[in-house]
Design a protein around this ligand. Structure first.
Ligand code: UD1
Length: 470
């Protein structure tokens, strides 16, 4: 009886999909490398790859909000509130506070990205950002969640999405740090799927002689991965109703915000967003808007210049609702979205890629494919857009230098916290960071200005790097 080896089956599948070159180096691979290659090829959905390759020649409008012209600014729950807004806000805070106290909200952190722009060799969450404390992004997030736990007394789970490239390291970091003080059973990790990158002839690229060039499928992959990994079932079993979604790169993210969660829940929204006013037309944030009554987000790279620069009667940017990538998602919405497989549109990123060619390492123009979580906004019947204060809630770490870098983030943290210290008439430290007194406040010490003022008589820890209130 003739049997087919797994290698032959995988090769036959690849060949019939026109991807036989994946086995070009087979003869030079040892047994372990062959096994790994077969495993990778087994994981490839060649049907999907064929669909993605079609996008190379005619990518439909890059965002789900269609062509730019019909874009309308979103209706905001504004930062400047009149009395009616303020009383709505009060009600929402109390609803949100109840949801948090009743354990109806889970946190969802997306941390599967590759930190390539930052040039940091490791999970971005492990990057030390605390200007005085040296705490990492993961530590910052964990301390905020601990603070929320103390405030609301609920055993709220934290779902952390990794990707294959950083999963093991992320787990190790959490374990080595005793889950940053959170109960281990309330921190759950899940991994997003990977998709092959291709060249412009649609051939899957290789990153080694026996390795496919696979890239994370974008943070939109969090929806399907949340369901497929069993996290959704876990969330159901815990009785959760909403997820509070945030990105690893922003140490000021406030996942336990009763106002936001309350507004979202009261509007019976599927998915809601927080925005800040864009600081200038060129700022690299997506903008939220409405097309045909539906919310969407247009990525900065896709926003036509005429819309990017458009101003309204009072001189403000018309499309200034900058996406800070903080969302509330109803669990029912997540379930509906994930039950039919991933229903989000694919975006193509064409770039020069470091690959393994016929004769070894080389570079070639190619394409990666990603889905974006904010494309789900268009599928939500109702959606709240809450405007928040940039200084308090948004300073991401994206680039090694310049805008949105560790330097700007640390300066922003010091600016915010030294403002609180000044309001409490505290002596500033001698150390400054780009002219700003080096003051840092542990989220466990005080989450906001009000809380800080209430605790202000407490002395800070005086360190060589500045003052740390903890
Ligand atoms: C993103 C948003 C942008 C928003 C800005 C706010 C996109 C495409 N755009 O920009 O609208 O204004 O944040 O800071 O997201 N991630 C994964 N898996 C992936 C890809 C990314 O988990 O496959 C995570 C990263 O770890 C990171 C976050 O998603 O936490 C952001 O991804 P990134 O590609 O850096 O988005 P930006 O271009 O910075």
């Amino acid at each position: 009886v003739e049997t087919t080896s797994p290698g032959e089956t995988a090769r036959a599948r690849a060949e019939s999909a026109g991807q036989g070159h994946l086995f070009a180096h087979w003869d030079q691979l040892d047994a372990a490398a062959r096994e790994r290659l077969v495993q990778e090829v087994d994981g490839v959905d060649f049907g999907l790859v064929a669909e993605l390759v079609q996008l190379l020649s005619h990518e439909p409008s890059a965002s789900n909000v269609g062509g730019g012209d019909e874009l309308q600014p979103p209706e905001l729950f504004p930062l400047q509130r009149d009395m009616a807004d303020e009383s709505r806000a009060e009600e929402a805070r109390s609803t949100g506070g109840e949801l948090l106290a009743d354990g109806k909200v889970g946190y969802l952190l997306v941390a599967g990205g590759q930190a390539s722009r930052l040039g940091y060799d490791g999970p971005k969450g492990d990057y030390a950002i605390g200007p005085v404390s040296g705490w990492t992004l993961f530590q910052y997030h964990a301390r905020r969640l601990l603070a929320a736990r103390q405030r609301y007394g609920a055993a709220t789970p934290w779902y952390v999405m990794t990707s294959r490239a950083n999963h093991d390291t992320t787990l190790r970091i959490f374990a080595e740090n005793d889950f940053f003080g959170l109960p281990e059973e309330d921190v759950r990790f899940f991994t997003q799927a990977m998709v092959p990158a291709v060249d412009f002839d649609g051939r899957i690229l290789m990153s080694g002689p026996g390795e496919l060039f696979l890239a994370p499928n974008g943070h939109g992959g969090s929806i399907a991965a949340f369901a497929d990994s069993g996290a959704l079932a876990d969330a159901r079993a815990r009785g959760l109703e909403h997820l509070s979604y945030f990105q690893v790169d922003n140490p000021l993210a406030r996942p336990a915000d009763p106002l936001f969660l309350g507004l979202h829940a009261r509007a019976q929204a599927g998915m809601s967003s927080k925005v800040v006013s864009k600081r200038d037309p060129g700022e690299k944030v997506g903008v939220l808007g409405r097309v045909g009554g539906r919310m969407g987000c247009i990525e900065y790279s896709d926003l036509p210049e005429s819309l990017r620069d458009a101003r309204d009667a009072d001189g403000q940017l018309s499309f200034r609702a900058g996406n800070i990538a903080i969302h509330a998602l109803a669990l029912d919405f997540v379930e509906a979205l994930s039950s039919g497989g991933l229903q989000l549109p694919w975006h193509v990123a064409k770039k020069e890629m470091k690959v393994w060619g016929a004769g070894g390492p080389t570079t070639t123009p190619g394409a990666k494919f990603e889905t974006f979580v904010f494309d789900a906004l268009g599928k939500s019947e109702s959606s709240v857009t809450l405007e928040v204060e940039r200084a308090v809630e948004f300073s991401p770490v994206k680039n090694a230098e310049g805008d949105d870098s560790p330097a700007t983030c640390q300066r922003d943290l010091c600016r915010l916290f030294s403002g609180w210290a000044e309001a409490a008439e505290r002596e500033p430290p001698e150390t400054t960071l780009e002219g700003v007194p080096a003051v840092e406040v542990d989220p466990l010490f005080a989450e906001d200005r009000e809380a800080f003022l209430a605790r202000a008589p407490t002395e800070p820890e005086s360190r060589s790097g500045g003052h740390l209130y903890r």
